[in-house]
Ligand binder design. Structure first.
Ligand SMILES: [Zn+2]
Length: 112
């Protein structure tokens, strides 16, 4: 289920443009508009939930699919030498969009 008031749901529906690098029936991957590394992609499930605590079994299926696809997507987009995955959860983590997303960071050596 998508949410009409959610930025990432609007991107999934094509109502807001994005720089897509991969898409299938369960996930979308696009470039972050404020990249924090040479390669900075966002992988989002095509169902709306904000937090892992809201995912449940159904959301978990989407997450399993996303994590199965990320290695190929990362490699094909300039992360041959490695990459970092980040999932911010809630206010203290600085989660700005309340639709769960996996940051894929790479294309360069990353510092902590
Ligand atoms: Zn959403």
């Amino acid at each position: 289920m998508l949410n009409n008031d959610c930025l990432f749901c609007k991107i999934i529906k094509g109502e807001i443009p994005s720089a897509k690098v991969y898409e299938d029936d369960m996930m979308l991957v696009f470039k972050d508009i404020e990249p924090k590394a040479k390669v900075h992609l966002l992988a989002v499930p095509k169902t709306h939930f904000a937090l892992l605590s809201e995912a449940g079994e159904e959301g978990g299926k989407y997450l399993a699919h996303i994590f199965a696809k990320i290695p190929d997507v990362a490699r094909e987009n300039g992360c041959e030498n490695g990459y970092r995955l980040v999932i911010n959860q809630g206010t203290d983590a600085g989660q700005t969009v309340r639709h769960l997303h996996v940051h894929i960071l790479g294309g360069q050596p990353l510092e902590w």
